[in-house]
Design a protein around this ligand. Structure first.
Ligand code: ARG
Length: 463
């Protein structure tokens, strides 16, 4: 039994099955199969080019690996827990296919640099897809914003009506968050686009390998310059988990708003049927389950970040088996982030914006109180005095159950001779929004400028 292991030579007794299962990673690292095969292909080509393997040996191994890759793609490869992990499973399959020459593939290589290489190749590809999905979400946000420049809604602080804003402005705030997420993930890609292959177990190798060649064959932009770092660095995964935590935190904030907005009390948006679910008991229900689920999944992404940070804490150089724990959280985060981005883009693109409800909500309230104070301040009353005057008028109105726009001109002029009939226009929520034309403010002109800027940025990011 012991001798059937690839590392069996030094052993007299076999692991018991349940111990073996505890140590095995094949139940989850099977996902690395195509990356492992691509890494091996580059490695064997390099070994051949350097004369470390004879041309016919390298060729035989290469053909075997290519066949395995085709079989994998056709869903025909079966893995065995007795071979512990994806690396040894594939080597065993290669041996079955081409015989003992398969054993030469592992020359000048260790599973330590091999697994690190697989992780880099995997995450590099996934980051590319995630960047595309963030871009798509940014595009959808821009498209919905463009339709809603003049859609007026209440802006909130403390979840209380604060000042009216444009709905486009609200959406563009999220655009900014996802733009930063895009930049963080792009930077992450730089730390992922590095080849650890050739670091071997920890110290490099005595064989005359060409690390630059294998890195190039795998399509890596650069390589690790310290073999200990190459096999023990998981910063690129931690960065990904941290970036993902921030990204899903942003998604969860938007989800929370959508959930509020489609409630009976707000009624600001209706989510399409394709992103809503019903209730098994209450026939009237249309629930924003998908938004709730993204909000809920935020927990597991934060969890994966903390889990890997804890795995890495105090871990001595170089490889330790603890590092096998880097995988499941990363795989799960990739799936969670990719689907959450797709769901969010789909929900936004298909929702109906209830423009009248939003506008109405910004009219039957005191969110124009600042307008009155600014009106007085512009006519020379110190802002503090204006604030005081408007505050007591709001109190007076609340007692009477009316709003500032319902106060008679007579009463206004009693309060201050600075107030003229133009006050009613100034109190309109649309006026309040339009006039907030300071840089980055909600004024329509500013929003148009921001939309243009965002479109240019997206074009840049296409390059
Ligand atoms: N399955 C292992 C992992 O995921 C591969 C590397 C094993 N290396 C070792 N020296 N035991 O980390």
């Amino acid at each position: 039994m012991a001798n059937q292991k690839l590392w069996g030579g030094r052993f007299e007794a076999a692991l018991e099955d349940w111990v073996e299962e505890f140590g095995a990673s094949i139940s989850f690292d099977y996902r690395l199969a195509p990356y492992d095969l691509k890494g091996s292909l580059a490695h064997v080509q390099m070994l051949g080019a350097q004369g470390i393997l004879a041309p016919d040996e390298a060729e035989k191994i290469k053909t075997g690996l290519e066949e395995l890759l085709a079989q994998y793609e056709a869903g025909q490869l079966e893995f065995d827990v007795n071979h512990e992990d994806i690396h040894m499973n594939l080597e065993a399959l290669l041996t079955q296919k081409i015989g003992p020459v398969a054993g030469k593939l592992h020359t000048a290589r260790s599973r330590n640099d091999q697994v690190a290489t697989d992780m880099h190749l995997y995450l590099k590809e996934e980051l590319g897809q995630i960047l595309e999905k963030i871009k798509r979400l940014r595009q959808v946000l821009l498209a919905v914003a463009e339709e809603n420049v003049e859609t007026i809604m209440p802006g909130y602080t403390h979840l209380q009506h604060a000042q009216p804003i444009s709905f486009a402005h609200h959406l563009l705030a999220y655009y900014q968050m996802f733009k930063r997420d895009f930049e963080r993930m792009s930077f992450n890609l730089k730390h992922t686009d590095l080849s650890p292959l050739g670091a071997a177990a920890l110290a490099g190798t005595t064989f005359p390998i060409d690390r630059e060649l294998s890195a190039e064959l795998m399509g890596f932009a650069d390589l690790y310059h310290n073999s200990l770092d190459a096999v023990s660095d998981r910063d690129f995964i931690l960065e990904f988990l941290a970036n993902s935590s921030m990204l899903i935190m942003h998604l969860s904030r938007l989800c929370e708003e959508l959930i509020n907005w489609c409630s009976h009390e707000y009624g600001f948006v209706s989510l399409s049927d394709t992103f809503s679910t019903g209730s098994s008991i209450m026939p009237q229900k249309k629930n924003p389950d998908m938004a709730e689920l993204i909000r809920g999944k935020t927990g597991r992404v934060y969890g994966h970040l903390f889990s890997l940070l804890t795995v890495m804490k105090s871990l001595p150089l170089a490889y330790n088996k603890d590092l096998q724990e880097d995988k499941e959280g990363m795989f799960d985060t990739v799936t969670t982030i990719k689907t959450s981005l797709d769901i969010m883009a789909g929900m936004l693109a298909s929702m109906t914006v209830q423009k009248e409800r939003m506008l109405a909500a910004s009219q039957k309230d005191f969110s124009n109180a600042t307008e009155l104070a600014d009106y007085l301040a512009k006519k020379g009353l110190p802002f503090r005095a204006a604030h005081e005057l408007v505050g007591s008028l709001v109190l007076e109105c609340s007692k009477q159950g009316i709003y500032l726009q319902d106060v008679s001109l007579e009463r206004y002029q009693e309060l201050s001779d600075l107030i003229g009939p133009d006050i009613y226009q100034a109190l309109e929520s649309a006026t309040a929004v339009e006039k907030r034309n300071s840089l980055g403010g909600t004024g329509f002109e500013q929003i148009s400028l921001e939309l243009e800027r965002a479109k240019r940025e997206l074009q840049e990011d296409e390059k």
